[in-house]
Design a protein around this ligand. Structure first.
Ligand code: APR
Ligand code: PHB
Length: 399
């Protein structure tokens, strides 16, 4: 939106949130000729720098390419054919193409967001940074309104529909009356300490390591930057983890007898402790307000589903809103919540399985550990069990 232009007062679809869900929905609607506006509370730098996961399912990369956001992704994304599971000092690789015919792409969420913002600022629709939605009213009318603060003043955006893409801490979810809102949640007795390392990746694919010392994940951003995670107790202060302690612990947890690992110990940055949480809010629609992405559901990052679920939601939502725009029929909107929730709960189950199988809980018994090792052995020894994990990890076909 040109600097200084008056904020829009009406739109067909008001989108709250300029993360992956809101930005991709805006792109899909804009390309289909549906008028929309994105309200993002933070500034551009903040949104583009937020460290998040970086695994894109094949369905996600297909959608990004189809809407014109695939050029840098294809140039810089790292296509991966598998992951490695490590446990009991052994390693087992899952071959995705052999098991599912699909692969994944390593491309950070920050880069997806940068690409979508650049496209939107170049040719629309309006994207307002520093625009914080305060409330959504009239969800059960045909003119819902978003009340928001921007430029030191309060404004109202009158919409045909409102898309709540404002994440776990957003306001859109409150448009579903408490009496009708069902929230299912699960916490975990551990968190992740995540860091960026100026060091080449430990392995050419991602490594998920089970260890009685705790879980470790060896991921990457580029051929020279690693993204590394350690399971830590909830409430851990990153300051208690100097670089050497992190490298020592990563090496201890990811150790296997067949391939000693002496990582290049580059400097660590972006140290942050991330809590793990599972949460689903039902329904994902109330009248003319529709929830998508983290505004409706949260998964622990172990299964790398968060961004991909957001993409799946807005793919379904864009299809439904375009259908409504072109035909006047709300039939696809009527099925939106049920269609998305089937996939959401599948991803919740998979993410919970990966999390509870790979992490060592503080009060875990030796019996629990043996169950975990039996599950991992089953995956290593059975094509069917390996295919079940690979199908979920590489992503089920989009609805
Ligand atoms: N008004 C306007 N914008 C808001 C408000 C508000 N009241 N509240 C939150 N936002 C913005 C946030 O600043 C953020 O940019 O909504 C956006 C929500 O983005 P995400 O939290 O990234 O959620 P989503 O777009 O659904 O993407 C899900 O992001 O958080 C990760 O792990 C998650 O990978 C998953 C992906
Ligand atoms: C990441 O690269 O940030 C990442 C990768 C896979 C996960 C979680 C995070 O499961």
């Amino acid at each position: 939106m040109p600097r200084g232009a008056a904020p829009p007062r009406e739109t067909a679809v008001g989108i709250i949130g300029g993360g992956p869900a809101g930005l991709l929905l805006a792109r899909l609607l804009h390309r289909a000729g549906v008028d929309c506006v994105v309200l993002e509370s933070r500034d551009r730098d903040y949104v583009e720098q937020r460290q998040r996961a970086g695994i894109l399912e094949q369905g996600t990369t297909d959608v990004l390419r189809a809407c014109g956001a695939g050029e840098r992704l294809d140039r810089e994304g790292l296509v991966h054919d598998g992951i490695e599971l490590r446990y009991d000092r052994r390693a087992h690789r899952l071959d995705f193409p052999a098991l599912t015919g699909r692969r994944v792409t390593v491309y950070a969420q920050t880069e997806v967001v940068k690409d979508l913002i650049a496209l939107q600022l170049a040719d629309g629709p309006p994207l307002l940074f520093g625009a914080r939605a305060l409330a959504v009213t009239g969800a059960d009318t045909d003119r819902p309104r978003i009340h928001y603060a921007h430029g030191g003043r309060e404004h109202t955006l009158t919409c045909g529909y409102v898309a709540g893409c404002d994440g776990f801490h957003g306001v859109a979810r409150q448009a579903v009356p408490e009496s009708a809102r069902r929230t299912y949640t699960r916490g975990y007795p551990y968190s992740w300490l995540g860091v960026l390392a100026d060091a080449p990746p430990a392995h050419d694919e991602l490594v998920y390591a089970h260890s009685e010392r705790g879980f470790a994940l060896l991921s990457m951003r580029t051929p020279t930057v690693s993204r590394l995670y350690l399971q830590v107790p909830n409430g851990t202060d990153p300051a208690d983890w100097p670089d050497e302690r992190i490298w020592d612990e990563l090496q201890a947890r990811a150790a296997v007898d067949t391939a000693p690992w002496n990582p290049v110990r580059g400097p660590l940055t972006a140290k942050a402790v991330l809590p793990l949480r599972s949460s689903v809010t039902e329904p994902m629609r109330w009248g003319r307000v529709l929830l998508a992405g983290d505004a409706a559901h949260i998964v622990p990052p172990t299964g790398a589903k968060g961004l991909n679920l957001a993409v799946a939601d807005v793919t379904v939502l864009a299809r439904a809103l375009v259908h409504r725009h072109r035909t006047g029929s709300a039939e696809l909107l009527d099925g939106y919540s049920a269609t998305c929730l089937r996939r959401v709960w599948r991803a919740e189950h998979f993410s919970h399985f990966m999390t509870t199988t790979l992490h060592t809980a503080p009060d875990q018994s030796p019996f629990d550990t043996r169950l975990q090792l039996a599950a991992l052995d089953r995956i290593a020894g059975s094509r069917h069990a390996a295919a079940e994990l690979a199908e979920n990890y590489t992503g089920l076909p989009l609805p």
